[in-house]
Design a protein around this ligand. Structure first.
Ligand SMILES: Cc1cc2nc3c(=O)[nH]c(=O)nc-3n(C[C@H](O)[C@H](O)[C@H](O)COP(=O)(O)OP(=O)(O)OC[C@H]3O[C@@H](n4cnc5c(N)ncnc54)[C@H](O)[C@@H]3O)c2cc1C
Ligand SMILES: *[C@@H]1O[C@H](CO)[C@@H](O)[C@H](O)[C@H]1NC(C)=O
Ligand SMILES: *[C@@H]1O[C@H](CO)[C@@H](O)[C@H](O)[C@H]1NC(C)=O
Ligand SMILES: *[C@@H]1O[C@H](CO)[C@@H](O)[C@H](O)[C@H]1NC(C)=O
Length: 492
């Protein structure tokens, strides 16, 4: 069985955090890697399945939009959610342009495990210790808000089938006593704090797990969803575009247009004047507002985030189990969160395709400081192949060929909270003068699916308020944790 490093280190020696042993890497090494996304990334099931990405090369040739009210850098779930929120509120006559370095949605959003899963209570104790009860509760409320909001849009628009939406729930499997004890502590403290949704958590004893799921480890169950992230983002973009048209807001997309630098053109007093010029190989784009939706790559354009948003490579395989429907429909998390997997069923196929990611814990630096998703890590690949067979005896053949294998780059922060809001000149500084008009939503620490939509909403609403001269009246939604704001987000 694969064991993570944290099984070898006594718990009392570890600092608190989502993945304690990883935190050691942050604390002992200054990580510097930064860069643009590399060309020719590995092929992911989500992106490279036939006809999966109709917007792949949208706006990559022909004339470039040279002038816009808002420039969004990055076409993943953050960038597209930002456009979606702006399209509803920015005001008639406005122009929004998305600039994407590679193909549409070819970053982490097109390369993840396909989970839309708020943690419900997992990790509550640490977040409460670090940020206090109210802030900790908000960080969970934000994720519940995102998942219910996205599900509402999906149902309203009738996208369920197109996105392969699965409502299979999440089983968190405890492979060590320590993991289970931590989860019990999270659950107890969350209940005492009155966190919503804790009552729906079911504890699964070994016997029940064995009988129902064919594995002998205990766990918990709560409701959650899986879907095809790229397809969600494509549909959200088209919806933003058409809603924008209806309200006189022009939303445009230019893929294969990396932003290589940003320069000040004007210290305008009027918020509608163009303040920033974005350099791309196709020419300059001037805008009044900039949204950094570049996640793992944020520090390339914002050097103050070097070592603060750390590019971290994740790897995923897609394999067929020996069995069919007995594999179940739940999504899973195991080994302290290092592994996550779920089975995808298709009508014409007897056996599901299991999408399994993780195993960074076999790499010396947990794949931190890695921006190259054009390569696979052989050791990580071996560990992924060996992970499921011993956990589910008889269900997986260890020699089964994988059908897909890919990597993607996540943005880890030292605190594990993302950076959201006006760009400041440092992570503990609230000074914005130098960056007036620039905003960010990035650094989801491998967990952006249930967070990005809300972080984008916050940034879009700040810009809308500022543009209409009511910037000072902006108030945070009830679910927004203040420690997500850049300038208030420190690991201390
Ligand atoms: C292997 C893996 C597994 C994951 N598992 C989960 C999970 O189980 N649950 C979960 O919630 N999350 C998971 N994530 C994380 C999740 O995918 C991300 O948090 C989320 O997709 C981030 O969205 P984003 O739009 O901010 O970033 P991205 O999707 O990375 O988008 C950023 C975009 O910016 C572009 N870009 C960067 N720099 C520039 C530039 N200078 N100019 C122009 N464009 C630029 C990039 O090309 C990219 O397309 C996983 C990620 C990976 C890689
Ligand atoms: C980051 O840069 C600093 C200063 O140049 C160097 O001392 C350090 O070793 C670098 N860190 C890594 C992980 O390469
Ligand atoms: C963008 O700004 C630069 C610098 O002020 C200016 O020279 C250029 O003409 C502007 N481009 C457009 C399309 O307005
Ligand atoms: C705008 O203001 C910033 C910060 O005060 C200053 O560094 C910059 O040089 C100014 N730029 C212009 C074009 O006036």
């Amino acid at each position: 069985m694969l064991l993570g490093l944290h099984h070898l280190i006594p718990a009392f020696l570890l600092p608190t955090g989502f993945f304690p042993p990883e935190q050691v890497v942050f604390e002992t090494q200054r990580l510097n890697n930064t860069g643009l996304p590399v060309p020719n990334p590995t092929h992911s099931f989500w992106i490279d399945s036939p006809q999966a990405n109709p917007l792949a090369k949208e706006g990559s040739s022909g004339p470039l939009t040279r002038d816009a009210d808002v420039c969004i850098i990055g076409a993943g779930i953050t960038g597209v959610s930002s456009a979606y929120h702006l399209a509803r509120n920015l005001g008639t006559g406005k122009m929004v342009v998305i600039l994407e370095a590679r193909d549409f949605c070819s970053g982490a959003t097109g390369r993840n495990g396909g989970h839309l899963t708020p943690p419900v209570f997992i990790g509550f104790y640490d977040r409460q210790q670090k940020y206090g009860t109210e802030e900790a509760k908000k960080s969970y409320a934000l994720e519940n808000y995102v998942s219910s909001k996205l599900l509402k849009i999906i149902k309203q628009e009738g996208w369920d089938e197109d996105l392969d939406l699965v409502e299979g729930g999440r089983i968190t499997m405890f492979m060590t006593e320590e993991e289970e004890q931590k989860a019990r502590r999270d659950w107890e403290t969350a209940r005492m704090a009155g966190l919503e949704r804790v009552d729906e958590v079911r504890w699964l004893e070994r016997e029940e797990m064995q009988a129902k799921h064919g594995t002998s480890f205990p766990g918990t169950f709560f409701h959650s969803h899986n879907l095809w992230p790229l397809k969600l983002v494509s549909k959200l973009y088209s919806l933003a575009k058409s809603q924008g048209l209806n309200s006189g807001i022009d939303i445009r997309l230019h893929t294969r247009t990396p932003v290589t630098s940003i320069s000040h053109i004007n210290n305008a007093t009027s918020s509608s004047a163009r303040r920033w010029s974005l350099a791309t190989p196709r020419g300059q784009v001037n805008c009044s507002y900039v949204i950094h939706a570049t996640n793992a790559y944020a520090s390339f354009l914002l050097p103050q985030l070097r070592g603060e948003v750390v590019p971290t490579r994740g790897q995923v395989i897609a394999i067929r189990p020996n069995l069919g429907a007995q594999v179940g429909r739940s999504s899973w998390r195991g080994n302290g969160g290092f592994e996550y997997w779920f089975p995808r069923y298709r009508r014409e196929e007897e056996r599901p395709l299991v999408i399994l990611g993780g195993a960074r814990d076999v790499a010396p630096r947990f794949e931190k400081d890695e921006t190259d998703d054009s390569v696979l890590n052989v050791e990580v690949g071996k560990a992924l192949r060996g992970f499921l067979p011993p956990l589910f005896p008889g269900m997986y053949d260890p020699n089964q060929e994988v059908e897909w294998e890919w990597t993607g780059i996540m943005g880890y922060t030292t605190s594990s909270a993302p950076f959201v809001g006006p760009v400041t000149d440092g992570i503990t500084s609230t000074r914005v003068e130098e960056y007036e008009g620039q905003y960010i939503a990035a650094g989801y620490t491998g967990h952006g699916m249930p967070r990005a939509y809300a972080c984008a909403e916050v940034v879009a609403s700040m810009i809308t308020a500022d543009l209409s001269g009511r910037g000072n009246e902006w108030t945070a939604p009830a679910w927004f944790p203040r420690h997500y704001l850049m300038g208030h987000n420190s690991s201390a």
